[in-house]
Design a protein around this ligand. Structure first.
Ligand code: GRF
Length: 204
């Protein structure tokens, strides 16, 4: 299955998926890394790995979200993309885009959803005093960080944690579960019935 990874920045999750996809037998081909920012550090990582890249600059569309998404769709079509994986992609997608890619659009979020949707999740987890935090991979439905959960990993929150130490512990798990969940989707192991997903695979 041909997968596009959408990024806006560092791209460490993208890099983890690229590493997994380079192993023989991985069921997905990374057909495109697309960024909405020309300065996304992940672009160079993808290029070094020999993966096609494209930039559709959201800034130059000045709030015209439909126009921005049409330009993205053109890139996705040009590369024969069948599944879109958001990896630190910092644009909210329209209802139309989300509907067109229903069940073929996946996201990684740095919290145990449905807790801490949105930004600044690690600080919010620290402030809430939770003892477990983590990350979630979910199919995307309209609304920020909405949609059926495919995979999660939990980590302890330690008394000495600050945002950086907690983020690093979570990120390690993101890099483990995102390639696994994309593989399940690409291999056809995920059955979606409405908003319920069943994965016919061992846990990540
Ligand atoms: C990750 O924490 C991801 O969960 C969130 O944004 C961050 C992106 O990091 N959606 P990276 O660009 O993958 O390194």
């Amino acid at each position: 299955m041909r997968v596009a990874i959408l990024i806006s920045g560092r791209g460490s999750n993208m890099a983890a998926v690229l590493r997994a996809a380079a192993v023989p037998g991985y069921p997905a081909t990374i057909a495109l890394v697309l960024s909405n920012r020309v300065d996304a550090a992940g672009l160079a990582v993808a290029q070094a790995a020999g993966v096609p890249t494209a930039v559709v600059e959201s800034r130059s569309f000045k709030g015209d979200r439909a126009g921005f998404e049409l330009a993205m769709e053109a890139e996705l079509a040009r590369h024969g993309v069948e599944l879109v994986a958001l990896a630190g992609f910092m644009r909210v997608l329209t209802e139309g885009f989300v509907a067109r890619w229903r069940d073929r659009l996946v996201n990684i979020h740095p919290s145990l959803l449905p807790l801490f949707k949105g930004l600044d999740t690690h600080n919010r987890a620290l402030e809430a005093g939770v003892k477990l935090h983590g990350c979630s991979v979910h199919l995307v439905r309209f609304g920020v960080d909405e949609g059926p959960i495919l995979a999660q990993a939990a980590v302890p929150v330690l008394p000495e944690d600050d945002e950086a130490s907690l983020a690093a512990r979570v990120l390690e798990q993101e890099h483990r579960i995102y390639p696994a969940a994309i593989a399940w989707l690409a291999a056809g192991l995920v059955r979606v019935e409405g908003d319920v997903v069943r994965v016919a695979a061992p846990a990540a």
